[in-house]
Design a protein around this ligand. Structure first.
Ligand SMILES: Nc1ncnc2c1ncn2[C@@H]1O[C@H](COP(=O)(O)OP(=O)(O)O)[C@@H](O)[C@H]1O
Ligand SMILES: [Mg+2]
Length: 381
């Protein structure tokens, strides 16, 4: 659910209006709605005739002319609060405004919308975009194994793995599958895209993972565009609980679209100077995207060695971003998995790297899908 949520703010007091705009827009997930549009949320300041105003607001809610309504008032009292509740108003903010209360109310709205969307499709539709700060940092290894572990956890639901690396895609090799189709075929037939077409185009691994590789050559296939990715991933969201994307190092329009649509963006880096410099540049580029919010980013240090020249602390300071996760260095196991085309949890279930990736996968499960919370850091907290 990363489409922006549109808000209309109605207040005769320009100071309050500005303050509400500042608080809501600071979250990055909201935009101000155009006059004629149906807003997902109306924040309304009550004036001198609350009885009429409540009637009007109630009719807007009932006719679905607005998504939800929050109100604020200069003179809050219990009676107003009760009337607001009866009119179907979700939140009441007394003045002076408390930014934290408003932000919590907005977060709850985001959650309600997400739950409603999941309910509609019956699928969780979570996109996890995995990208590297450099080539060779382990992006594909992490995307493939995360997807395989999630697919193996029956409680996680259905899982898809998509390769964005046109020509350089390697997912089929990592998993010894020989897919017949790739997303280039779908891109050329977008008008036919529906559940049946999508499912037929994807390869299925024995563990249940659905795989959509990239074209291995460009001949005749339309190159990926932001529109193609939006349609494709939009369809996938209605059919899968998790969609893991191997985004390589791309920051082109299709990759940006995927980033915009993703719940989590995992940026893979190493504890090396060139990699951290690139990481800084990627982070800067992401921060410049209108649709990007930092809370969706998880910076991951791969090939972590306790005795490295650079410490995790130094790396964090250098890129000015908290490291969300680190994955131990294990060249032998990862290389053997790649060369044999077997995922890590089949090849070496007891290896530290496999256990580490299993905990990482666990961090993406919803509370209802897992028995216990991960022991590691909270997810992007
Ligand atoms: N945690 C790790 N420890 C040691 N080697 C790793 C690790 N993760 C990946 N590798 C190795 O790094 C190389 C590149 O991995 P790959 O996943 O293809 O990276 P990318 O997709 O970023 O180019 C492979 O040889 C792989 O075995
Ligand atoms: Mg790769």
């Amino acid at each position: 659910m990363n489409q922006k949520i549109s808000i209309r703010i109605e207040s005769k007091n320009s100071g309050i209006k500005k303050e509400l705009e500042r608080i809501t827009l600071s979250l990055g997930q909201f935009i101000l709605s155009e006059r004629k549009e149906r807003p997902d949320l109306l924040i309304y300041e009550l004036g001198d005739a609350p009885a009429e105003e409540f009637k009007l607001l109630q009719s807007l809610i009932e006719s679905n002319a607005v998504g939800e309504v929050f109100v604020t008032s200069r003179q809050p009292d219990t009676d107003l609060l009760l009337r607001a509740m009866r009119a179907g108003i979700k939140e009441f903010f007394p003045q002076p405004l408390n930014a934290q209360d408003i932000q919590s109310a907005l977060a709850a709205l985001v959650k309600r919308r997400q739950q409603a969307a999941n309910h509609e499709t019956g699928h969780y539709g979570r996109i996890i975009h995995v990208m590297g700060a450099k080539g060779g940092v382990g992006t594909t290894t992490i995307a493939v194994n995360l997807a395989m572990i999630l697919a193996d956890l029956k409680k996680a639901g259905s899982v898809a793995l998509v390769d964005l690396n046109t020509v350089f895609g390697e997912i089929p090799l990592f998993l010894s599958v020989k897919p017949k189709y790739h997303w280039g075929h779908i891109a050329g037939n977008l008008n036919r895209l529906d559940r049946t077409f999508l499912m037929n185009a994807m390869a299925k691994h024995a563990c249940g993972l659905h795989i959509l590789p990239s074209p291995s050559y460009l001949n005749g296939h339309p190159p990926a565009t932001a529109d193609i990715m939006e349609r494709l991933l939009g369809e996938m969201k209605s059919n899968f609980d998790y969609i893991i994307v191997d985004g390589g190092q791309a920051l082109n329009p299709p990759a940006m679209k995927v980033i915009e649509m993703s719940q989590h963006i995992l940026l893979i880096t190493l504890l090396s100077l060139p990699c951290l410099t690139n990481t800084k540049n990627v982070l800067k580029s992401l921060a410049g995207l209108e649709a990007f919010s930092e809370d969706r980013l998880g910076l991951i240090v791969n090939r972590y060695l306790k005795k490295s020249d650079l410490t995790l602390q130094e790396a964090q300071e250098s890129v000015r971003t908290e490291i969300f996760w680190n994955i131990p260095n294990d060249y032998k196991t990862t290389m053997s998995a790649i060369n044999r085309g077997i995922p890590l949890h089949t090849l070496s279930p007891k290896a530290n790297i496999t256990k580490n990736l299993a905990s990482l996968a666990d961090a993406f499960l919803d509370d209802s899908q897992k028995d216990a919370k991960p022991k590691r850091w909270g997810l992007f907290s």
